[in-house]
Design a protein around this ligand. Structure first.
Ligand SMILES: [Zn+2]
Length: 464
């Protein structure tokens, strides 16, 4: 079994730095030559590709590009796809993002992009210890999205595991899949894998005894509490976070400490630095955050010399929030790739006056070891701003496992509210001491949330 998929890049800092520098120079020239968006931007700013020599030049000389820039530069808002960068004949597929938080972004991928994806997935699979004897249940969506195909291409002639490409299909029955194929690994969105455990239990399977070793969760920020909940449901399977996007491909994978390294803790995620140049910046000052401080992501997708990419991105921000934890060689797995904390999403938060309530605080409260015994883990937030009274009304709705008595529901609601207040002091102030907002917790019977009615990625915030 391989310990590293690509030891040269994963364990040798000097080689890695040389590769990053070479790829940066090629990528910037490539963007200027082939991406109408970047050519216009460079010309408008008077910046030449050769002005960008070092990673920090990107931050100093270019503005930060956002999802709105991509949407504005694609049909119907633009006559053409200004971010598409490969010449005709090089494009292969045009995947869409899910569009949960607005219009979908349309991306373009060449064979080189898929090859890069395959290599990054193989590295991640090796990192979390997937074996040729594993049977993987792949529950990522196949079709118009990147994730299903990327995960599958990643397995193609790499680690040797066999894949059941279930995707988000409703058939065959999931209980049959488990009894017939006996998968040992699950790859899916955290909320799907969590729902899967409940569905299997309702179907009469003891999920703790299915023999699942490893679970990879991707596609939405997940809290440690949510990952712990999934691990418990599958009998202590190791759950690893996988950080990827349609624009940035596989960016980071959670470190798995070597057996005997003396650490079983969550050590954060290793970044594929040869493919993703990643900064964490302070949103106001735009300067780099010090190690350990949470800021906003700014990435550049690096191409190897000679590659053609369908959509190259320089200085792009997903609006994800995390910190760089370490840039030293990891003492637990030996990788030289820098480590980041688990990302959360900037737009996954709601405002109650001046106070922010991130969805991760809500998730942590409802998946805490006390609450998760009684709740499905699903939730939705009904958000209303009363213009006349200038009052924010926020209701977090959660559902119970089975049905429970009214008084017990009230106890669970109080428990959740206390957890949120303990984690988030500003929210407790604006909703308790001042007259700015109300925070209500509504506990309902299993299955009565709106979130169950729409397919695809769950929409957590309902504005009314
Ligand atoms: Zn490590």
């Amino acid at each position: 079994m391989k310990k590293y998929w690509n030891p040269e890049i994963e364990t040798d800092r000097e080689t890695l730095n040389r590769i990053i520098k070479r790829r940066l120079s090629y990528t910037v020239r490539y963007a200027y030559n082939f991406s109408p968006f970047y050519r216009e931007l460079f010309d408008k700013l008077g910046v030449k590709p050769e002005d960008i020599r070092e990673p920090k030049d990107l931050l100093e000389k270019l503005p930060i590009i956002t999802r709105e820039d991509i949407i504005n530069a694609q049909p119907p808002l633009s006559n053409s796809f200004k971010f598409f960068s490969a010449p005709p004949g090089y494009g292969f597929t045009r995947p869409y993002t899910s569009g949960t938080s607005g219009s979908p972004k349309i991306t373009r991928r060449t064979f080189d992009d898929w090859d890069s994806s395959r290599e990054r997935c193989a590295r991640g699979y090796t990192m979390v210890g997937i074996l040729p004897t594993d049977v993987v249940l792949d529950m990522l969506p196949f079709g118009i999205n990147v994730s299903g195909l990327a995960s599958l291409f990643g397995f193609y002639r790499t680690v040797g595991a066999e894949v059941i490409t279930l995707g988000v299909s409703l058939y065959p029955k999931k209980t049959d899949i488990f009894s017939i194929h006996r998968p040992t690994v699950i790859f899916g969105m955290a909320s799907y894998v969590d729902r899967l455990a409940r569905e299997l239990k309702l179907g009469g399977l003891d999920t703790e005894k299915l023999g699942i070793r490893t679970i990879l969760v991707v596609g939405e920020p997940s809290t440690k509490e949510k990952r712990d909940r999934i691990s418990e449901a599958f009998g202590g399977a190791k759950v690893y976070d996988w950080y990827a996007s349609d624009e940035g491909d596989v960016m980071a994978v959670q470190c798995k400490p070597n057996i005997g390294s003396g650490n079983e803790n969550d050590l954060g995620m290793h970044v594929n630095e040869d493919r993703i140049l990643m900064f964490v910046i302070n949103k106001k000052t735009r300067s780099e955050e010090a190690k350990g401080n949470v800021g906003i992501d700014v990435i550049t997708t690096l191409l190897d010399e000679g590659e053609y990419s369908g959509m190259v991105l320089l200085n792009y921000s997903h609006g994800d929030q995390f910190a760089i934890i370490s840039t030293d060689t990891c003492e637990y797995c030996g990788r030289c790739l820098k480590r980041i904390s688990h990302p959360t999403r900037e737009r996954d938060e709601i405002l109650i006056g001046p106070a922010k309530l991130p969805l991760s605080d809500v998730e942590a409260a409802i998946n805490s070891s006390e609450s998760r015994k009684y709740l499905t883990g699903e939730y939705e937030i009904v958000y209303h701003f009363d213009e006349i009274d200038r009052l924010y009304k926020v209701t977090i709705r959660v559902d119970t496992l089975g049905s429970v008595e009214h008084n017990f529901k009230q106890r669970i609601a109080n428990q959740i509210r206390d957890k949120i207040f303990a984690a988030n002091y500003p929210i407790s102030v604006v909703t308790q001491q001042s007259q700015i907002g109300e925070l209500n917790i509504e506990v309902v019977d299993e299955g009565s949330l709106e979130v169950y009615k729409s397919p695809g990625k769950p929409r957590r915030i309902i504005k009314v």
